[in-house]
Design a protein around this ligand. Structure first.
Ligand code: DAK
Length: 258
């Protein structure tokens, strides 16, 4: 499938998806969401890929869902069509780690897309916001739930109720952003992080991600039980033997994802 709204490449063992609608600040229209979901699922299924990077342009990661496309929707249409269905959820359902590399605007659905990713790296120019309230609606694809978990109630409420944007520096301080990266190095650094992850044992990576996600879904006791069960299960992998033997033998581990 040839893509029209994104570009896709593989760098080493990292799948890189670039959102590519510069004329609309990468506004997420239906075509882009379908293509993004297709590319994410493809990388998730590709045994040569260990992690995925999603990046936009210097000016915008994504300025939200496409307002021009959404403007004429009616309530029955929005609810009956399931509003683009499961494709919006593809990133949050990826089993492999997904890194958002954010420069410029990450607004509305763009901010929600970044928050579906597992790690957000950002440049100083990054601006995060959920301005849906200024359009007479509210965030619709995770914003009210994920932002509060990432930055706490006070900041989430202010941003969602007033539409205020957060700078990269504030977002890093608040815990939304993992690190701030110089503009020119954003993609290379994101790929470097992705490559580092891809070098690890994939079963361990997938289960580590699933365990962290559990922390948001369950009680501490249940989460600890889940973590312990996963920890024990990894002793059934060859990669556990290799990882620990490599440490003892003072050499680099070579994981084979089994
Ligand atoms: N949609 C469509 N076009 C957009 C856009 C958007 N979100 N954002 C920017 N553009 C277009 C502009 O219309 C303009 O196009 P032309 O007029 O040149 O044709 C071009 O991109 C450049 O934008 P500006 O001229 O406005 O550029 P500025 O630098 O002056 O301003 C800005 C940049 C990002 C501050 C501004 O463009 C802006 O405020 N954009 C809208 C931000 C926003 O409100 N985003 C939230 C949208 S609501 C769901 C899934 C998703 C969602 C909900 C539910 N389900 C699956 C249930 C998500 C909803 C949203 O994201």
């Amino acid at each position: 499938m040839a893509f029209e709204t994104i570009t896709v490449e593989t760098r080493g063992h990292v799948g890189v998806i670039t959102l590519d609608r510069p004329e609309a600040l990468n506004a997420l229209n239906a075509a882009l969401i379908v293509e993004l979901a297709t590319a994410v699922r493809r990388f998730d299924d590709d045994s040569g890929v260990g992690s995925i990077v999603i990046i936009g342009s210097e000016k915008a990661f994504a300025a939200g869902a496409d307002i021009k496309e959404m403007a004429e929707r009616t309530y029955p249409q929005a609810s009956l069509d399931d509003f683009m269905g499961g494709d919006w959820l593809a990133v949050s359902r990826a089993r492999k780690p997904v890194i958002a590399a954010v420069s410029g605007y990450a607004l509305g659905g763009g901010c929600e897309l970044a928050m579906m990713c597992d790690i957000i790296l950002a440049t100083e120019s990054a601006r995060f916001g959920l301005p849906e309230i200024t359009l007479g609606v509210i965030p619709g694809v995770g914003g009210t739930q994920r932002l509060v978990r990432a930055v706490g109630k006070a900041k989430a409420m202010e941003m969602i109720l007033s539409g205020r944007f957060m700078t990269a520096e504030e977002a890093e301080r608040a815990g939304l952003v993992s690190r701030i990266i110089p503009d020119a190095e954003l993609l290379d650094e994101a790929v470097k992080v992705g490559e580092k992850i891809a070098d690890m044992s994939l079963p361990a990576v997938i289960l580590a991600k699933a365990s962290v996600e559990r922390a948001f879904e369950t009680t501490l006791e249940e989460g600890l039980n889940y973590e312990r069960a996963v920890f024990y299960s990894l002793f059934a992998t060859d990669d556990q033997k290799e990882g620990m033997a490599a440490f003892v033998e003072k050499r680099q581990a070579r994981f084979r994802d089994r």
